[in-house]
Design a protein around this ligand. Structure first.
Ligand code: ATP
Ligand code: MG
Length: 612
């Protein structure tokens, strides 16, 4: 490809719409253009990157037995009704774009494909003899994200590879899950990414075990907590740990302490010398479900701990999901909402776990009993400080039995960096940030049972299929690569996913010898299978070098003054190392190196003259 024909439109300044470096660079270097919030055009340069990533994904997924297919993006609501996910994906904070056709039938635009694939499996799979089977596709997904941002990182339309496997038993599912774990590690490493596997929450997809693959980067939206011994790593949404011990409350009789204006943990502690770990704080939230009344929640946490929303949502679904359907959202209760329910004001800032259900009597849309949940760190305190539920006062030195309560100890707290690990208390969790590029799940039989995907086993009995699913954010991965590989001058693509592997720059387009040698090398390298770009524009050399750096082509071959003597300059984009080479040697030295790098192998360029 010639740069003059490439429609290369670069921007000199950082675009105002971008916050993180990878987003800025992709816009500046002409890889993407924004069409709407979370909606991007993949310009020809990026499309080449996406094709290369897809090719690597295909190779590795095929190698573990995947069969490529393409499923519809327009999905009948009925399938989602049957799996029980329609309400959760369309109401409240649901992320599925949905519409009615001319006959008023409802459809969703596919955010994921469990329903569709399971329906097809129900139709095609009959016998254990057909198993295991694994289907996958690389396709655009639609999600009406609450906060689309960072360009391709969180788009509302993005490219995903999603695979689904079907098995006769759980053991076989585990094997395929392991195979995908290996395939994913190879995919990310071949794409030149430093990625780590972490334990993950299964979220709205469901199932038992799940693992995410994170590209480590400061701009990542996920917090990873890991032990230095390498034995534990988890997304904070999921992470467990041992909380630090509470500071014991000094002995003394139970008392009610006037605490005017001390409605925060910090205010209370600094006024009376308490440690936050001596306090039980109470959070009032309300959970909305697809069916039934909204559920007020009274959550007790130790004063130094934070609530983990994901763990809470999982507990709520387990406790109430059967009866009230999908959990739609959970939000804090504020004084205005209390008023709207027609209730008397609540003592915010002075709440204690013993707040009586009577305060909910007569509520308009709320259930009139609290669901009371306590984190283990709070439930395990013997004596503590808590709000007195009125009169700007706290109770000091109370126990749970004084309050007439017997809380069950749940894990609702967010693990924090610095916490001790459960597997080894000498290990302390360390935090880093990550971009989730892949997620693998053991789904079990959730979808096959709901959608009637059954097979006849070896014993001749009918049972539901075991399922796994495996996603990779292909477009997010492309941007994550930029987040890990760039410098002040622009992008630095790993060879395996670079839009072009090498760019030939003619230093002076007026010099016939330079033009002739560049054209000859361009032809030779193309013939040798190198993905080569020729900068044939009549710009100054400096401008061409800047553009080559900005778009991040990993190797640059400069045909300049040495052309008359048959030498060229080879510059590596990463690090900028330069060397003069006889043009005649390129076929023997550079070509094998590029082909190896394309496979994700790191080879060194032989020192000058050594390779031939
Ligand atoms: P996230 O937690 O980032 O919202 P998710 O857990 O909902 O992602 P999955 O359902 O596991 O995502 O989807 C599989 C993969 O698709 C993710 O690992 C991620 O790489 C990619 N992905 C998900 N949502 C987006 C998005 N809005 N834009 C780009 N890629 C995405
Ligand atoms: Mg995920």
């Amino acid at each position: 490809m010639r740069v003059s024909r490439l429609l290369l439109v670069t921007l000199r300044d950082d675009p105002a719409e971008a916050e993180i470096i990878s987003h800025k660079l992709l816009l500046r270097a002409g890889f993407i253009r924004r069409v709407g919030s979370g909606i991007y055009a993949y310009l020809p340069l990026l499309w080449r990157v996406l094709q290369k990533i897809s090719a690597i994904v295909r190779e590795e997924v095929n190698a573990v037995g995947g069969l490529e297919t393409l499923l519809p993006q327009l999905q009948p609501a009925e399938l989602w009704e049957r799996s029980g996910r329609w309400a959760g994906y369309t109401a409240g904070e649901g992320i599925m774009f949905h519409l009615l056709d001319r006959q008023e039938r409802a459809f969703g635009l596919g955010p994921t494909h469990e329903e569709v694939i399971t329906t097809i499996a129900a139709d095609l799979l009959r016998s254990y003899r057909q198993l295991p089977v694994c289907l996958y596709q690389i396709q655009t997904k639609f999600r009406d994200e609450i906060r689309p941002r960072f360009g391709l990182m969180r788009g509302r339309e993005f490219i995903m590879k999603d695979a689904y496997s079907f098995h006769a038993d759980e053991e076989d599912l585990r094997r395929t899950y392991q195979d995908f774990d290996g395939a994913y590690r190879r995919i990310f490493s071949r794409c030149g990414l430093r990625a780590v596997a972490v334990e993950a929450d299964s979220g709205a997809i469901g199932g038992s075990a799940s693992q995410e693959f994170m590209v480590t980067a400061e701009a990542g939206e996920d917090l990873i907590l890991a032990s230095p011994d390498g034995r534990y790593a988890a997304n904070q949404e999921r992470a467990t740990s041992r909380a630090g011990a509470a500071v014991p409350l000094p002995a003394g009789p139970f008392r009610v302490l006037a605490t005017p204006g001390q409605s925060t943990i910090q205010g209370l502690c600094s006024a009376h010398g308490f440690d936050p770990s001596q306090i039980v704080k109470v959070l009032l939230l309300v959970a909305r479900f697809a069916d039934g009344p909204d559920q007020p929640l009274l959550i007790s946490l130790r004063g130094d701990q934070q609530l983990n929303d994901v763990k809470l949502a999982n507990v709520l679904t387990a406790r109430l999901g059967g009866e009230r359907g999908t959990l739609l959202e959970v939000e804090p209760i504020n004084p205005e909402q209390v008023q709207r329910q027609g209730l008397a004001p609540l003592p915010f800032g002075y709440l204690g776990p013993q707040l009586e259900d009577a305060v909910l009597a007569g509520a308009r849309d709320w259930s009139t009993h609290f669901l009371r949940l306590a984190d283990a760190t709070a439930a395990e305190l013997e004596r503590f400080v808590c709000g007195a539920n009125g009169g700007e006062a706290h109770r000091v030195g109370v126990s749970w039995s004084d309050l007439g309560l017997k809380p069950e100890a749940l894990d609702l707290r967010a693990a924090q960096p610095g916490d001790r690990c459960l597997h080894d208390v000498s290990q302390v969790l360390v935090a880093s940030r990550g971009i989730e590029v892949g997620h693998i799940f053991q789904l079990g039989r959730k979808y096959s049972e709901a959608l009637g995907a059954r097979f006849t086993n070896e014993a001749g009995q009918e049972e539901a299929l075991w399922m796994g699913c495996y996603g990779i954010g292909v477009s997010r991965l492309a941007q994550a690569a930029v987040e890990q590989h760039h410098d002040a001058n622009g992008l630095i693509w790993p060879v395996a996913i670079a839009p072009f592997e090498l760019i030939i720059v003619i230093a002076n387009g007026q010099e016939a010898a330079q033009v002739a040698l560049a054209e000859q090398l361009y032809g030779d390298l193309q013939a040798a299978g190198v993905d080569v770009l020729l900068d044939d524009r009549s710009e100054r050399a400096g401008v061409k070098f800047k553009d080559a750096d900005l778009i991040g082509i990993p190797w640059r071959l400069v045909v300049g003054r040495g052309a008359a003597g048959g030498t060229v300059e080879l510059v590596e984009r990463a690090g900028g190392a330069k060397q003069e080479l006889p043009a005649a040697e390129l076929a023997a030295t550079l070509v094998p190196l590029l082909l190896a790098q394309r496979r994700g192998l790191a080879l060194d360029l032989p020192a000058q003259g050594e390779g031939a």
